[in-house]
Each structure stands twice: as C-alpha cells, then as structure tokens.
Design a protein around this ligand. Structure first.
Ligand code: HEM
Length: 396
C-alpha cells in the first residue's frame, strides 16, 4: 500500500480510509517521510491516539501542533497560542475562557442559535438551489463566533473566509496567501482590541481584555492569538461536519429518512455518529519530550508524533462495524473532539450548533440532490467540502 498522508491530494475526496485501514493493521505507529522535514510517526489506532493525546508529560504540544515546523504563530515573536502550550501554562490560559464554554453556558446560547438556524434557512429556502457549504453550513459558525466575540455578524463571515485560507495546504495557495490571511486576521483583531477597550461589552473579547494571567493583563499579541484560535477552531470544523454530514446522509437516503422521521428522538445519536464518520480535524501533532515506546516502536526525543483522529474513529478494535454509518450507534466514544488537556473547548457549543442547524435543515428542506460534484478543501489538516452545490425543495 502506498502511504502518503502529507499531500493534500490524498484528502481531496475525503479521508484516506484505505490507507488508514492498512496502517492500523500492519504498521499502526508508522514512520512517515517528510520532504524538507525530519519525518514523523503516524499514529492510527484508537488506543494509541487516545494515549498520546492524554500524555502531555511525554508528548508536548510545543512548538506547534502542525506537522510543518515553520507554521508557528504568525510572526508574533515568542508568544504562543494556547493550543501549542503544555500544562501548567496551558491550564492557566484555558482557565481564562473556560467558563464561557461549559455545558450550562453553551445551553444559554441555545435559543439564539436556534433563531440563527431559522434565519439561515429562511435566506435560501425559496431558492431551490444553493451552495450548502457557503450559504448554510458556513453561516452558523461564522455567526456564532461573531456573537461570542461581540462583532457584527457580517464580520464573522469575512473572518471565516480567512480561516479557510489558513487551513488550506500552502502548496494549494498562491505564495504568501496563508501568511497574508493570518496578517489580516491580526489586523482585524487589533481593531477589536481598540474598539473593546474603548467600549467594553458583555462579550468574550471584552472579558479577555479585562482578565489577568499571572497577576497581569493579557498583552496584545496574547489576545490576538486567542482571537485567531477561537475564530479558527470553531469555523470550518463545524461547517465541515454539517456539509460532510449531509453528504453522508444523501448517500444513504433511507438513513436520512429514518432520522427525519423522529428528529428530536434521533438527532443526538446521529450527530455523534456524523462526528465519528466525518472527523473534521484530520490530525494533531505532538513532539516527544524524551525517548518513549509506543506500540513497540522506539520514539526518540524530539520526534514528531501525529495522531490521526479520522483513523482512530474507524478502528474496528474500538467500534463495531466501523465502516457502517449507524445513526443509532451506542456506545459511540469517538475522538473527533480530541481528549486530554486540549480536548475541544468548544464541543458543547459545537453540538448545539450542529443540532440546531441539522434540525432546521431536515425539517424544512427536502429532496436534496447534488447540483455539481462537491469540491474538497485542499488540506491535510481539516477535512470537508469547500463547496457543495445542492438542489432541494421546501418540505411539505
Ligand atoms: C464539529 C466541530 C468541531 C470539531 C470537530 C472540533 C475539534 C477539535 C479538536 C480535535 C481539537 C484538538 C483536541 C486535542 O488536541 O485533543 C479542538 C480544540 C479546540 N477547539 Fe474545537 N472543534 C469543533 C468546534 C469548535 C468550536 C465551535 C469552538 C469554539 C467556538 C472550538 C474551540 C476549540 C478550542 C479553543 C480548542 C483548543 C483547546 C485547547 O488548546 O485547550 N471548537 N477542537
């Protein structure tokens, strides 16, 4: 089996489940060459991915969670994003925003999120045709992050376009486009700093600017990195779950009909299965702090260790008939949100967004068919369609 988990073309039709299956069976901690880099270990079994993600003593999130070393913090010198810190530093930063993302806090946003879902479907329902990614799935996370940060909804949409560029593999972009997108995000974030310092509101951006870490206020670059992380982490992940999820349902119309027949009763289990199935975050990387053994392989200090969530989520040792989309799957302990100290902070909000959007779409839109082949995001990091033209009719 030819293994290539680097080239973005490997991911253009979804995740490479044939390669993942071969690796899980024959070489679950696989040494992967990296042109221009030192190479990395590709970890593909559920138990190993789980163990690495929780073991921050041996596997560090520094200097970066991307495979390529040079993708750092967008030129902000020594400052780091929380996603690329280890405890105890990471714990102190995560604590600053944790309370906004608990289940009770997320639930408080439920009604507003349902209203946004209605608004999003209202805007397309009479058209009979739309790009499901841009017009439906992408709208929800853009609006939610804008509301969370106290920004105009339209700005959320613009910021989200930048995250898409940031997540695209550099070789699929014009030279410098990724760095330019990060620069524009920071320029916008600097405007937010000025605006929220002058007129603080009851939003996360104002709270971040007012809070303290180690007895001091956050510095501007620290705020900008939080801003980038929050906009980045919740955008095309949620969008790709919604678009990739609908695509999976369209491929099996009897399952779509089954879900539609009892949305309130069946949606929670179906949503977890769609998370397992699509696994929008392809990987997170760690770096070994010392020599350590993993599934019989000797990992050297400084080696890159890459956890493939989409592969872990199809591991037959963990999931019965993993290649079957089972909307009622129970138990379903997938790892689409990661685990351990960095486990997705936004997962409660994400679940509420997904449920609101799917419920609205399935109740009001019917007869989905593809109007053109979906175009996949050219990325080895985030998986999902970048555009998905669909035809539909308003449900009777
Ligand atoms: C379907 C949607 C989503 C998926 C699949 C997803 C997945 C993930 C994954 C895999 C991680 C890394 C976990 C690890 O290293 O173990 C992560 C981290 C994170 N996510 Fe999400 N995410 C989603 C939505 C969101 C949303 C809506 C937000 C915020 C509004 C968010 C905020 C974050 C943050 C802040 C982190 C970093 C946590 C840390 O470093 O401590 N995510 N997410």
């Amino acid at each position: 089996m030819h293994i290539d988990l680097l080239s973005h073309s490997t991911f253009v039709g979804g995740q490479p489940h044939d390669q993942f299956a071969w690796l899980r069976e024959h070489d679950p901690v696989h040494w992967h060459e990296e042109p221009g880099g030192r190479g990395f270990w590709a970890v593909t079994r559920f138990d190993d991915v789980w163990a690495v993600d929780r073991d921050f003593t041996n596997f560090s999130s520094e200097p970066t969670i991307m495979i390529a070393d040079q993708i750092g913090n967008g030129g902000l010198g020594p400052y780091k994003m929380m996603l690329m810190m280890d405890p105890p530093e990471h714990t102190a930063f995560r604590k600053l925003i944790r309370s906004e993302f608990t289940l009770p806090s997320a639930k408080l946003r439920g009604e507003r999120i349902a209203q946004l879902a209605r608004q999003i479907v209202d805007a397309v329902i009479r058209k009979g045709e739309c790009d499901f990614v841009a017009d439906v799935a992408g709208e929800m996370p853009s609006f939610v992050i804008a509301e969370l940060m106290g920004l105009p909804l339209d700005d959320g949409r613009e910021l989200y376009k930048l995250t898409e560029t940031i997540h695209t593999s550099p070789e699929a972009l014009p030279p410098g486009a990724g760095a330019e997108a990060v620069g524009r995000m920071f320029a916008y974030g600097s405007g937010v700093i000025a605006e929220k310092r002058a007129r603080p509101g009851d939003d996360l951006a104002s709270k971040l600017l007012a809070c303290e870490v180690d007895g001091r206020r956050l510095e501007d670059p620290e705020f900008l990195l939080f801003f980038l992380l929050l906009v980045d982490a919740g955008g095309d992940t949620t969008r790709n779950l919604l678009s990739g999820g609908l695509l999976a349902l369209m491929a099996e119309p009897e399952k779509l009909a089954w879900l539609r027949a009892d949305i309130p009763g069946r949606l929670a289990a179906a949503r977890e299965e769609l998370l397992r199935w699509t696994s929008p975050v392809i990987y997170m990387r760690r770096t070994a702090r010392r020599e350590v053994e993993l599934a019989g392989k000797r990992i050297r200090e400084g080696d890159k260790v890459v956890m493939y969530f989409g592969s872990a989520n199809r591991d037959p040792a963990k999931f019965e008939r993993p290649d079957r989309l089972d909307l009622a799957r129970d138990p379903n302990e997938h790892i689409a949100f990661g685990t351990g100290p960095h486990g997705c902070l936004g997962q409660h909000i994400a679940r509420i967004e997904i449920d609101a959007m799917l419920a609205e779409v399935l109740a009001r839109m019917d007869g989905f068919e593809l109007a053109a082949e979906p175009e996949w995001l050219p990325s080895n990091f985030i998986s999902g369609p970048k555009s998905m033209p669909v035809r539909f009719r308003a449900a009777a």
